[in-house]
Design a protein around this ligand. Structure first.
Ligand code: ATP
Length: 443
Protein backbone atom coordinates (compact mmCIF):
# COMPACT_ATOMS: atom_id res chain seq x y z
CA UNK A 1 0.00 0.00 0.00
CA UNK A 2 1.23 3.48 -0.75
CA UNK A 3 0.05 6.67 0.91
CA UNK A 4 -1.20 9.02 -1.83
CA UNK A 5 -0.41 12.71 -1.98
CA UNK A 6 -3.21 15.20 -2.34
CA UNK A 7 -1.98 15.88 -5.89
CA UNK A 8 -2.43 12.19 -6.79
CA UNK A 9 -6.03 12.40 -5.62
CA UNK A 10 -6.78 15.73 -7.33
CA UNK A 11 -5.44 14.40 -10.60
CA UNK A 12 -7.38 11.11 -10.42
CA UNK A 13 -10.56 13.04 -9.53
CA UNK A 14 -10.20 15.17 -12.62
CA UNK A 15 -9.20 12.34 -14.94
CA UNK A 16 -12.03 10.05 -13.93
CA UNK A 17 -14.81 12.57 -13.40
CA UNK A 18 -15.04 12.72 -9.62
CA UNK A 19 -14.42 16.38 -8.80
CA UNK A 20 -13.68 19.53 -10.83
CA UNK A 21 -12.88 23.08 -9.80
CA UNK A 22 -15.97 25.29 -10.04
CA UNK A 23 -16.15 27.79 -12.94
CA UNK A 24 -12.98 26.31 -14.41
CA UNK A 25 -13.43 27.82 -17.88
CA UNK A 26 -13.31 31.25 -16.22
CA UNK A 27 -10.15 30.54 -14.28
CA UNK A 28 -11.83 28.73 -11.38
CA UNK A 29 -13.50 29.89 -8.19
CA UNK A 30 -11.58 29.25 -4.97
CA UNK A 31 -13.27 27.13 -2.34
CA UNK A 32 -15.99 25.78 -4.64
CA UNK A 33 -16.10 22.42 -6.41
CA UNK A 34 -18.30 20.53 -8.84
CA UNK A 35 -18.92 16.82 -8.44
CA UNK A 36 -18.79 14.95 -11.75
CA UNK A 37 -20.56 11.70 -12.69
CA UNK A 38 -18.39 9.51 -10.40
CA UNK A 39 -18.15 12.09 -7.61
CA UNK A 40 -21.86 12.57 -7.28
CA UNK A 41 -22.38 8.80 -7.07
CA UNK A 42 -19.73 8.51 -4.36
CA UNK A 43 -21.09 11.48 -2.40
CA UNK A 44 -24.68 10.29 -2.65
CA UNK A 45 -23.68 6.78 -1.55
CA UNK A 46 -21.94 8.13 1.56
CA UNK A 47 -24.91 10.38 2.28
CA UNK A 48 -27.40 7.50 1.86
CA UNK A 49 -25.30 5.16 3.99
CA UNK A 50 -25.24 7.75 6.79
CA UNK A 51 -28.95 8.49 6.36
CA UNK A 52 -29.86 4.81 6.57
CA UNK A 53 -27.58 4.35 9.56
CA UNK A 54 -29.23 7.22 11.40
CA UNK A 55 -32.90 7.06 10.47
CA UNK A 56 -33.42 3.39 9.50
CA UNK A 57 -31.15 1.67 12.00
CA UNK A 58 -32.16 3.82 14.97
CA UNK A 59 -35.91 3.84 15.51
CA UNK A 60 -35.75 7.02 17.59
CA UNK A 61 -34.19 9.25 14.94
CA UNK A 62 -36.26 11.22 12.42
CA UNK A 63 -35.20 13.39 9.50
CA UNK A 64 -35.44 17.05 8.62
CA UNK A 65 -34.57 19.21 5.65
CA UNK A 66 -34.44 22.82 6.82
CA UNK A 67 -33.87 25.83 4.60
CA UNK A 68 -30.47 27.36 4.00
CA UNK A 69 -31.75 30.90 4.59
CA UNK A 70 -32.99 31.50 8.12
CA UNK A 71 -34.07 34.55 10.10
CA UNK A 72 -31.04 36.59 11.20
CA UNK A 73 -32.15 36.29 14.82
CA UNK A 74 -31.23 32.59 14.68
CA UNK A 75 -27.59 33.51 14.21
CA UNK A 76 -27.71 36.17 16.89
CA UNK A 77 -29.09 33.61 19.34
CA UNK A 78 -26.53 30.98 18.35
CA UNK A 79 -23.66 33.41 18.79
CA UNK A 80 -22.56 33.25 15.14
CA UNK A 81 -23.13 36.96 14.46
CA UNK A 82 -20.84 38.04 17.27
CA UNK A 83 -18.42 35.12 17.58
CA UNK A 84 -18.17 33.09 14.40
CA UNK A 85 -14.96 34.60 13.19
CA UNK A 86 -11.37 33.70 12.53
CA UNK A 87 -8.42 36.05 13.08
CA UNK A 88 -6.97 36.93 9.69
CA UNK A 89 -3.59 38.38 8.69
CA UNK A 90 -2.17 39.46 5.33
CA UNK A 91 1.44 39.36 4.18
CA UNK A 92 2.25 42.94 3.19
CA UNK A 93 4.79 41.73 0.62
CA UNK A 94 2.96 39.10 -1.38
CA UNK A 95 -0.62 39.85 -0.21
CA UNK A 96 -1.27 36.21 0.74
CA UNK A 97 -3.91 35.78 3.43
CA UNK A 98 -3.68 33.41 6.41
CA UNK A 99 -5.53 32.42 9.53
CA UNK A 100 -3.52 33.97 12.35
CA UNK A 101 -4.05 30.87 14.52
CA UNK A 102 -2.48 28.62 11.87
CA UNK A 103 0.88 30.35 11.33
CA UNK A 104 3.75 31.79 13.38
CA UNK A 105 3.21 35.55 13.27
CA UNK A 106 6.89 36.24 14.11
CA UNK A 107 8.14 33.85 11.46
CA UNK A 108 8.53 34.01 7.71
CA UNK A 109 5.58 34.19 5.32
CA UNK A 110 4.91 30.59 4.14
CA UNK A 111 4.42 31.86 0.58
CA UNK A 112 7.12 34.49 -0.12
CA UNK A 113 9.50 33.78 2.78
CA UNK A 114 9.77 37.41 3.94
CA UNK A 115 9.90 38.04 7.67
CA UNK A 116 7.92 40.48 9.80
CA UNK A 117 5.52 41.35 7.04
CA UNK A 118 2.20 40.37 8.58
CA UNK A 119 -0.56 42.87 9.26
CA UNK A 120 -2.11 42.90 12.74
CA UNK A 121 -4.78 40.17 13.08
CA UNK A 122 -8.31 41.29 12.25
CA UNK A 123 -11.40 39.31 13.09
CA UNK A 124 -13.31 38.15 10.08
CA UNK A 125 -16.86 36.77 10.30
CA UNK A 126 -17.18 33.54 8.33
CA UNK A 127 -20.85 33.87 7.46
CA UNK A 128 -21.90 34.80 3.94
CA UNK A 129 -24.50 37.55 4.04
CA UNK A 130 -27.09 38.38 1.43
CA UNK A 131 -30.39 40.24 1.30
CA UNK A 132 -33.99 39.16 1.09
CA UNK A 133 -36.24 41.47 -0.92
CA UNK A 134 -35.39 44.52 -3.01
CA UNK A 135 -33.96 46.72 -0.26
CA UNK A 136 -30.26 46.20 0.40
CA UNK A 137 -30.38 47.64 3.92
CA UNK A 138 -29.42 46.14 7.26
CA UNK A 139 -33.01 45.08 7.96
CA UNK A 140 -33.01 42.75 4.96
CA UNK A 141 -29.73 40.96 5.77
CA UNK A 142 -29.90 37.17 5.91
CA UNK A 143 -27.08 34.67 6.18
CA UNK A 144 -26.40 31.47 4.33
CA UNK A 145 -26.25 28.92 7.14
CA UNK A 146 -22.72 28.08 8.30
CA UNK A 147 -23.98 24.80 9.83
CA UNK A 148 -27.16 22.74 9.53
CA UNK A 149 -27.62 22.30 13.29
CA UNK A 150 -29.56 25.50 13.98
CA UNK A 151 -32.38 24.44 11.64
CA UNK A 152 -32.79 21.37 13.82
CA UNK A 153 -32.89 23.34 17.07
CA UNK A 154 -35.45 25.83 15.79
CA UNK A 155 -37.73 23.05 14.48
CA UNK A 156 -37.42 20.69 17.43
CA UNK A 157 -40.77 21.69 18.96
CA UNK A 158 -42.60 21.19 15.64
CA UNK A 159 -41.02 17.77 15.29
CA UNK A 160 -42.08 16.78 18.81
CA UNK A 161 -45.68 17.96 18.36
CA UNK A 162 -46.13 16.51 14.87
CA UNK A 163 -44.47 13.11 15.19
CA UNK A 164 -44.33 10.34 17.75
CA UNK A 165 -40.83 10.96 19.02
CA UNK A 166 -40.21 11.06 22.74
CA UNK A 167 -37.04 11.87 24.57
CA UNK A 168 -34.47 10.45 24.04
CA UNK A 169 -34.63 11.03 20.28
CA UNK A 170 -32.57 12.44 17.44
CA UNK A 171 -33.13 14.62 14.39
CA UNK A 172 -30.88 14.01 11.39
CA UNK A 173 -30.20 16.35 8.52
CA UNK A 174 -27.92 16.46 5.49
CA UNK A 175 -27.39 19.65 3.56
CA UNK A 176 -25.24 22.45 2.29
CA UNK A 177 -23.45 24.87 4.59
CA UNK A 178 -21.40 27.92 3.70
CA UNK A 179 -18.38 29.51 5.33
CA UNK A 180 -16.30 32.33 3.97
CA UNK A 181 -13.10 30.45 4.80
CA UNK A 182 -9.87 32.46 4.76
CA UNK A 183 -7.71 29.59 3.59
CA UNK A 184 -9.24 27.05 1.24
CA UNK A 185 -6.23 24.95 0.39
CA UNK A 186 -6.22 21.16 0.58
CA UNK A 187 -8.79 20.56 -2.15
CA UNK A 188 -12.29 19.76 -0.81
CA UNK A 189 -11.06 19.42 2.79
CA UNK A 190 -12.00 23.03 3.51
CA UNK A 191 -14.25 24.77 1.02
CA UNK A 192 -16.61 27.74 1.18
CA UNK A 193 -19.59 25.66 0.07
CA UNK A 194 -19.73 22.18 1.56
CA UNK A 195 -22.15 19.59 2.89
CA UNK A 196 -22.71 18.39 6.41
CA UNK A 197 -24.42 15.35 7.91
CA UNK A 198 -25.57 16.26 11.37
CA UNK A 199 -27.59 14.42 13.97
CA UNK A 200 -28.68 16.23 17.12
CA UNK A 201 -29.71 13.90 19.91
CA UNK A 202 -32.14 15.33 22.49
CA UNK A 203 -31.92 13.77 25.94
CA UNK A 204 -32.82 14.34 29.55
CA UNK A 205 -30.34 16.28 31.71
CA UNK A 206 -28.10 13.86 33.62
CA UNK A 207 -28.36 11.24 30.89
CA UNK A 208 -26.20 13.29 28.50
CA UNK A 209 -22.91 11.70 29.50
CA UNK A 210 -24.25 8.24 28.84
CA UNK A 211 -25.57 9.25 25.39
CA UNK A 212 -22.36 11.05 24.61
CA UNK A 213 -20.42 7.82 25.12
CA UNK A 214 -23.05 5.86 23.18
CA UNK A 215 -22.77 8.14 20.14
CA UNK A 216 -18.99 8.23 20.25
CA UNK A 217 -18.95 4.45 19.97
CA UNK A 218 -21.61 4.37 17.25
CA UNK A 219 -19.87 6.91 15.07
CA UNK A 220 -16.48 5.20 15.15
CA UNK A 221 -18.14 1.86 14.41
CA UNK A 222 -19.89 3.38 11.39
CA UNK A 223 -16.64 4.48 9.77
CA UNK A 224 -14.87 1.19 10.35
CA UNK A 225 -17.68 -1.27 9.65
CA UNK A 226 -19.95 0.48 7.17
CA UNK A 227 -17.50 2.67 5.27
CA UNK A 228 -14.59 0.22 5.50
CA UNK A 229 -12.05 2.78 6.77
CA UNK A 230 -9.07 1.00 8.43
CA UNK A 231 -9.22 1.56 12.21
CA UNK A 232 -5.56 2.55 12.40
CA UNK A 233 -6.24 5.61 10.21
CA UNK A 234 -8.88 6.95 12.60
CA UNK A 235 -8.38 8.36 16.08
CA UNK A 236 -10.05 10.44 18.75
CA UNK A 237 -8.98 13.95 19.64
CA UNK A 238 -10.46 15.33 22.84
CA UNK A 239 -10.89 19.10 22.96
CA UNK A 240 -8.59 20.68 25.50
CA UNK A 241 -9.60 23.64 27.64
CA UNK A 242 -8.37 26.04 24.92
CA UNK A 243 -10.56 24.48 22.20
CA UNK A 244 -13.72 23.60 24.11
CA UNK A 245 -16.64 25.97 23.41
CA UNK A 246 -17.59 27.70 26.68
CA UNK A 247 -21.00 25.99 26.77
CA UNK A 248 -19.78 22.51 25.85
CA UNK A 249 -19.37 19.94 28.57
CA UNK A 250 -17.15 17.65 26.55
CA UNK A 251 -16.12 17.39 22.93
CA UNK A 252 -14.22 14.90 20.80
CA UNK A 253 -13.31 14.98 17.15
CA UNK A 254 -12.86 11.91 15.03
CA UNK A 255 -9.68 12.51 13.07
CA UNK A 256 -8.57 10.74 9.92
CA UNK A 257 -5.04 10.45 8.60
CA UNK A 258 -5.46 12.59 5.47
CA UNK A 259 -2.57 12.95 2.97
CA UNK A 260 -1.67 16.20 4.79
CA UNK A 261 -1.77 14.58 8.24
CA UNK A 262 -4.30 13.94 11.03
CA UNK A 263 -7.29 16.25 10.62
CA UNK A 264 -10.85 16.53 11.87
CA UNK A 265 -13.53 14.55 10.09
CA UNK A 266 -16.43 14.72 12.53
CA UNK A 267 -17.21 16.32 15.88
CA UNK A 268 -19.12 14.58 18.67
CA UNK A 269 -20.03 17.23 21.20
CA UNK A 270 -22.01 17.44 24.41
CA UNK A 271 -23.65 20.84 23.88
CA UNK A 272 -25.69 20.77 27.12
CA UNK A 273 -28.92 22.81 27.09
CA UNK A 274 -27.10 25.85 25.68
CA UNK A 275 -28.67 25.98 22.20
CA UNK A 276 -32.28 25.61 23.24
CA UNK A 277 -31.81 27.98 26.18
CA UNK A 278 -30.45 30.61 23.81
CA UNK A 279 -33.29 30.16 21.33
CA UNK A 280 -35.84 30.28 24.14
CA UNK A 281 -34.30 33.57 25.30
CA UNK A 282 -34.11 35.20 21.87
CA UNK A 283 -37.44 33.97 20.51
CA UNK A 284 -39.44 34.35 23.71
CA UNK A 285 -41.02 30.94 22.98
CA UNK A 286 -41.26 28.12 25.48
CA UNK A 287 -38.78 25.50 24.29
CA UNK A 288 -39.08 23.19 27.27
CA UNK A 289 -40.00 19.57 26.82
CA UNK A 290 -42.83 18.04 28.82
CA UNK A 291 -42.50 14.46 29.96
CA UNK A 292 -46.15 13.41 29.88
CA UNK A 293 -45.66 10.39 32.19
CA UNK A 294 -44.60 12.45 35.20
CA UNK A 295 -45.39 16.04 34.18
CA UNK A 296 -41.74 16.95 34.36
CA UNK A 297 -40.56 19.92 32.28
CA UNK A 298 -37.01 20.67 31.21
CA UNK A 299 -34.84 22.01 28.43
CA UNK A 300 -33.30 18.96 26.75
CA UNK A 301 -29.57 18.41 26.59
CA UNK A 302 -28.11 17.90 23.14
CA UNK A 303 -25.42 15.50 22.01
CA UNK A 304 -24.32 16.43 18.52
CA UNK A 305 -22.66 14.30 15.87
CA UNK A 306 -21.51 16.64 13.11
CA UNK A 307 -19.71 15.24 10.08
CA UNK A 308 -18.61 16.83 6.83
CA UNK A 309 -20.06 14.94 3.87
CA UNK A 310 -17.66 16.47 1.37
CA UNK A 311 -14.80 15.89 3.83
CA UNK A 312 -15.97 12.27 4.02
CA UNK A 313 -15.61 12.10 0.23
CA UNK A 314 -11.97 13.18 0.57
CA UNK A 315 -11.43 10.58 3.29
CA UNK A 316 -13.01 7.84 1.16
CA UNK A 317 -10.77 8.74 -1.80
CA UNK A 318 -7.60 9.03 0.31
CA UNK A 319 -8.27 5.79 2.10
CA UNK A 320 -9.11 3.87 -1.07
CA UNK A 321 -6.30 5.12 -3.30
CA UNK A 322 -3.46 2.76 -4.09
CA UNK A 323 -0.88 2.16 -6.79
CA UNK A 324 0.10 -1.48 -7.00
CA UNK A 325 2.92 -3.24 -8.77
CA UNK A 326 1.62 -6.17 -10.74
CA UNK A 327 3.42 -9.43 -11.48
CA UNK A 328 4.02 -8.49 -15.11
CA UNK A 329 5.89 -5.38 -13.95
CA UNK A 330 3.01 -3.05 -14.80
CA UNK A 331 1.35 -0.73 -12.31
CA UNK A 332 -2.30 -0.29 -11.62
CA UNK A 333 -4.04 2.56 -9.86
CA UNK A 334 -6.94 1.24 -7.85
CA UNK A 335 -9.53 2.67 -5.49
CA UNK A 336 -10.38 0.09 -2.83
CA UNK A 337 -13.76 1.59 -1.91
CA UNK A 338 -16.03 -0.44 0.30
CA UNK A 339 -18.78 -1.72 -2.05
CA UNK A 340 -21.28 0.21 0.12
CA UNK A 341 -19.94 3.48 -1.28
CA UNK A 342 -18.29 2.58 -4.60
CA UNK A 343 -19.75 4.78 -7.39
CA UNK A 344 -20.28 1.80 -9.69
CA UNK A 345 -21.00 -1.49 -7.92
CA UNK A 346 -20.76 -3.78 -10.90
CA UNK A 347 -19.54 -3.44 -14.47
CA UNK A 348 -20.67 -5.77 -17.23
CA UNK A 349 -18.20 -6.32 -20.04
CA UNK A 350 -18.70 -8.41 -23.20
CA UNK A 351 -15.43 -10.13 -24.17
CA UNK A 352 -16.00 -8.92 -27.75
CA UNK A 353 -18.72 -6.68 -29.11
CA UNK A 354 -20.21 -9.16 -31.58
CA UNK A 355 -21.86 -12.58 -31.92
CA UNK A 356 -24.55 -11.64 -29.43
CA UNK A 357 -22.15 -11.24 -26.49
CA UNK A 358 -22.87 -7.49 -26.45
CA UNK A 359 -26.63 -8.10 -26.47
CA UNK A 360 -26.39 -10.62 -23.63
CA UNK A 361 -24.14 -8.30 -21.59
CA UNK A 362 -26.47 -5.32 -22.08
CA UNK A 363 -29.39 -7.49 -20.95
CA UNK A 364 -27.52 -8.51 -17.80
CA UNK A 365 -26.55 -4.91 -17.06
CA UNK A 366 -30.16 -3.74 -17.31
CA UNK A 367 -31.36 -6.46 -14.94
CA UNK A 368 -28.56 -5.68 -12.43
CA UNK A 369 -29.54 -2.00 -12.51
CA UNK A 370 -32.70 -2.91 -10.59
CA UNK A 371 -30.49 -3.52 -7.56
CA UNK A 372 -27.17 -1.73 -8.14
CA UNK A 373 -25.59 1.09 -10.05
CA UNK A 374 -24.22 -0.95 -12.95
CA UNK A 375 -22.22 0.06 -15.98
CA UNK A 376 -21.74 -1.50 -19.42
CA UNK A 377 -18.44 -1.11 -21.26
CA UNK A 378 -17.57 -2.70 -24.61
CA UNK A 379 -14.72 -0.51 -25.79
CA UNK A 380 -11.08 -1.61 -25.92
CA UNK A 381 -9.19 -4.67 -24.77
CA UNK A 382 -10.63 -6.40 -21.71
CA UNK A 383 -7.49 -5.66 -19.66
CA UNK A 384 -7.84 -1.93 -20.27
CA UNK A 385 -11.47 -2.03 -19.32
CA UNK A 386 -10.56 -3.72 -16.02
CA UNK A 387 -7.97 -0.98 -15.37
CA UNK A 388 -10.56 1.73 -15.90
CA UNK A 389 -12.96 0.04 -13.48
CA UNK A 390 -10.09 -0.33 -10.97
CA UNK A 391 -9.44 3.40 -11.19
CA UNK A 392 -13.02 4.31 -10.39
CA UNK A 393 -13.16 1.65 -7.69
CA UNK A 394 -15.71 -0.80 -9.12
CA UNK A 395 -15.54 -3.83 -6.81
CA UNK A 396 -17.04 -6.38 -9.26
CA UNK A 397 -16.63 -6.86 -13.00
CA UNK A 398 -18.67 -9.42 -14.90
CA UNK A 399 -17.39 -10.67 -18.24
CA UNK A 400 -19.69 -12.25 -20.77
CA UNK A 401 -17.95 -14.68 -23.15
CA UNK A 402 -18.93 -17.40 -25.63
CA UNK A 403 -19.49 -19.94 -22.87
CA UNK A 404 -22.12 -17.61 -21.36
CA UNK A 405 -24.33 -18.18 -24.41
CA UNK A 406 -24.15 -21.96 -23.84
CA UNK A 407 -24.47 -22.37 -20.09
CA UNK A 408 -25.42 -18.97 -18.62
CA UNK A 409 -22.26 -18.59 -16.60
CA UNK A 410 -20.03 -15.51 -16.46
CA UNK A 411 -16.63 -14.60 -15.08
CA UNK A 412 -16.74 -12.50 -11.95
CA UNK A 413 -13.56 -10.54 -11.29
CA UNK A 414 -12.83 -9.13 -7.84
CA UNK A 415 -11.20 -5.69 -7.90
CA UNK A 416 -8.94 -6.08 -4.86
CA UNK A 417 -7.46 -9.54 -5.42
CA UNK A 418 -8.06 -9.55 -9.22
CA UNK A 419 -9.14 -13.18 -8.73
CA UNK A 420 -11.73 -14.54 -11.11
CA UNK A 421 -14.53 -16.99 -10.49
CA UNK A 422 -17.04 -18.65 -12.79
CA UNK A 423 -20.56 -18.07 -11.53
CA UNK A 424 -24.09 -18.64 -12.76
CA UNK A 425 -26.21 -15.73 -13.98
CA UNK A 426 -29.19 -17.18 -12.13
CA UNK A 427 -29.68 -15.11 -8.97
CA UNK A 428 -26.75 -12.89 -9.96
CA UNK A 429 -27.99 -10.01 -7.83
CA UNK A 430 -28.17 -12.11 -4.67
CA UNK A 431 -24.71 -13.54 -5.35
CA UNK A 432 -23.31 -10.01 -5.56
CA UNK A 433 -25.25 -8.94 -2.46
CA UNK A 434 -23.65 -11.73 -0.47
CA UNK A 435 -20.18 -10.68 -1.66
CA UNK A 436 -20.92 -7.12 -0.56
CA UNK A 437 -22.12 -8.31 2.84
CA UNK A 438 -18.94 -10.29 3.43
CA UNK A 439 -16.56 -7.78 1.83
CA UNK A 440 -13.08 -7.52 3.33
CA UNK A 441 -10.53 -5.19 1.80
CA UNK A 442 -7.97 -7.10 -0.22
CA UNK A 443 -10.13 -10.11 -1.10
P1 ATP B 1 -12.37 23.80 11.62
O1 ATP B 1 -11.90 24.02 13.02
O2 ATP B 1 -11.55 22.82 10.83
O3 ATP B 1 -12.64 25.06 10.86
P2 ATP B 1 -14.88 23.25 12.80
O4 ATP B 1 -14.42 22.62 14.07
O5 ATP B 1 -15.32 24.66 12.78
O6 ATP B 1 -13.78 23.04 11.68
P3 ATP B 1 -17.47 22.16 12.82
O7 ATP B 1 -18.11 23.48 12.94
O8 ATP B 1 -17.40 21.29 14.03
O9 ATP B 1 -16.01 22.34 12.20
O10 ATP B 1 -18.15 21.39 11.61
C1 ATP B 1 -18.43 20.01 11.64
C2 ATP B 1 -17.84 19.29 10.46
O11 ATP B 1 -18.17 19.97 9.24
C3 ATP B 1 -16.32 19.24 10.47
O12 ATP B 1 -15.88 18.14 11.22
C4 ATP B 1 -15.99 19.08 9.01
O13 ATP B 1 -16.07 17.71 8.63
C5 ATP B 1 -17.11 19.84 8.32
N1 ATP B 1 -16.64 21.15 7.88
C6 ATP B 1 -16.57 22.28 8.63
N2 ATP B 1 -16.11 23.31 7.91
C7 ATP B 1 -15.87 22.82 6.66
C8 ATP B 1 -15.40 23.41 5.44
N3 ATP B 1 -15.09 24.69 5.36
N4 ATP B 1 -15.28 22.60 4.36
C9 ATP B 1 -15.61 21.31 4.42
N5 ATP B 1 -16.08 20.70 5.53
C10 ATP B 1 -16.21 21.44 6.64
Amino acid sequence: MSQPTLDNIVSLCRRRGFIFQSSEIYGGLNGAYDYGPMGVLLKNNIRDLWWREMTFMHDNIVGLDASILMASKVWEASGHVSNFSDPMVDCKQCKSRFRADQIDLNGACPVCGNKGTFTAPRNFNLMFATHIGPDMDSASVVYLRPETAQGIYTEYKNVVSSSRVKIPFGIAQVGKSFRNEITTKNFIFRSCEFEQMEMQFFCKPNTDEKWFEFWRAERMKFYIEKMGIPAETLRWHRHGADELAFYAKDAYDIQFLFPMGWQELEGVHNRTDYDLTQHQKFSGKDLTYLEAENNERYIPYIVETSAGLTRNVLMALSSAYDVEKLEDGEERTVLHFHPNIAPVTVAVLPLVKKDGLDVKAKELEMSLREDFYAEYDQSGAIGRRYRRQDEIGTPYCITVDYRTLEDNTVTLRFRDSMKQERISTTNLSSTIKSFIKNYKRGQ
